[in-house]
Structures are given as C-alpha cells and as structure tokens.
Write a protein that binds this ligand. Structure first.
Ligand SMILES: Nc1nc2c(ncn2[C@@H]2O[C@H](COP(=O)(O)OP(=O)(O)OP(=O)(O)O)[C@@H](O)[C@H]2O)c(=O)[nH]1
Ligand SMILES: [Mg+2]
Length: 218
C-alpha cells in the first residue's frame, strides 16, 4: 500500500473498553465496530492482538476462553469486538445457551456493527457453526471477511491450495461478496490485507471516508 493506512495510528492507541455478558451491557450503539467471530480456539483473540500490535485480548490454549463480548476502543467512534467462541463442546450446556443467545441478540440488534471477521482454522474450515455465520451474514447483508488462521501450520503450497479450495466452496454457496485470506499470528502473515479491509469498514479509507469528509464540509 502506498498511502499509510490511518488504522495504524488508531491501533497504537487501542485500549480495552468493557466486557459485556449481555447486549444491554454493551457500550452505546454508536459509531462503527467490527466483530471477530469464530469457533472456539480458531485464533480470534490472537488475530485481534496481532492486528492491533498489542496484547489486548486474552488468548489461551484452552478453548472457550473468551466468554464475554470484549470491546476495544480505537477512537471515540470506532471499536473492535472479540466475540465469545462458539461451538466448544466441553462448555456446560446452560453456559453455551447463554452465549449463543447473547451472541445472536448482539448480531441481530447491533446497528454500529459494520462487518464481521470470521476466523477459521485452516486445518478445520467451514464447520457447521461457520456455515451458520455465513448464512446469517449473507442473508442479512452483513459484510463478512474470513481469516484462514494458523496458516503457519501448513507448508506454503498446502496453505495456498487450502485457500483456493475454501474460496471456491464459499463462492459456490455464498457468492462473491465474502472475501477470504490467509493469516498467521506468529508469522504476522496477512496483516496488511486485513488492515486495509478494516480501514474501509471503519470508514477510514475509500468511499465511506470520502463521504464522511464531504458531510463534514457540507
Ligand atoms: N500456530 C499458530 N497458533 C495460533 C495462531 N492463532 C492462534 N493460535 C493459538 O491457538 C490457540 C487459541 O488461540 P486464541 O486466539 O485464544 O483463540 P480464540 O479463538 O480467541 O479462542 P476462544 O477465546 O476460546 O474462543 C492459542 O494457543 C494460540 O496461541 C496462529 O496463527 N498460528
Ligand atoms: Mg478468545
């Protein structure tokens, strides 16, 4: 990218805002936010930390670590949200139902939600839960971008092939609007591509930023 992405500056000032166990504990539904979703252990918190160059979100070898919606503030009007991982079998059922209920309530009611980043472990893509998220996003017109995480676990060629295969499957079922890329937290792979997309969704680059600027000047 030739122009410096304005998101880089915002990442430097990113800070933890609040943990919400339910929708009514979320920060005011204003401005724009992008949420990180995916199966437990897919690497959501790691991706969020890698993309903000910070250790904001807690990561863990034990799936089911993130049990609340954790909000991180980039500036007054922009947030990132680490969502609870879905689909972890060892979590007691009432707790699982609690999360799923609140996750659904969040997804369906949050007006400031500008897009979803869906993390899928490159070795286990397109689980039933991923498919539900894709169905929901496409049917509700919510922009969705996929990070195929842990790409470092495969050799370069195998990772590329996995990307092509999953991309093809997604196009067939969910159409052209869902985008997908490789990502690795320890190798810091895929950061620039994800940053560019986040900056667009958060109104920092492209059409939205231009519209904002012209609205301010009007
Ligand atoms: N090799 C490798 N390991 C990763 C990568 N991303 C995450 N991990 C590891 O995978 C495990 C789970 O990562 P988290 O980021 O905590 O996963 P999560 O999706 O936030 O999990 P929950 O909060 O339980 O839903 C940790 O041990 C991470 O170190 C990656 O890109 N490569
Ligand atoms: Mg997590």
């Amino acid at each position: 990218m030739s122009i410096k992405n304005p998101l880089l500056g915002l990442c430097q000032q990113a800070r933890f805002l609040i943990s919400a166990a339910k929708v009514d504990q979320c920060p005011p539904d204003e401005g724009l936010e992008v949420a990180f979703a995916g199966r437990s252990n897919a690497g959501k918190s790691s991706a969020l930390n890698t993309l903000t160059h910070a250790s904001l979100a807690r990561t863990s070898k034990t799936p089911g670590r993130t049990q609340l919606l954790n909000f991180f503030e980039l500036d007054e009007d922009r947030r990132l949200v680490d969502l609870p991982g879905y689909g972890y079998a060892k979590v007691p059922i009432p707790l699982k139902q609690h999360w799923q209920h609140h996750l659904e309530a969040y997804l369906s009611s949050r007006r400031s939600l500008a897009g979803l980043i869906l993390m899928m472990d490159i070795r286990h893509p397109l689980t039933d839960f991923d498919r539900l998220m894709l169905d929901w996003s496409v049917s509700s017109g919510m922009p969705l971008h996929i990070l195929l995480t842990k790409a470092d676990k495969l050799a370069f060629g195998a990772a590329k092939n996995a990307l092509l295969k999953v991309r093809q499957d997604i196009r067939k079922t969910w159409g052209e609007d869902v985008s997908i890329q490789l990502f690795s937290a320890p190798k810091r792979q895929g950061i620039e591509e994800a940053h560019e997309l986040l900056a667009h969704w958060l109104g920092l680059l492209g059409d939205e930023a231009e519209q904002d600027a012209s609205a301010e000047n009007a």
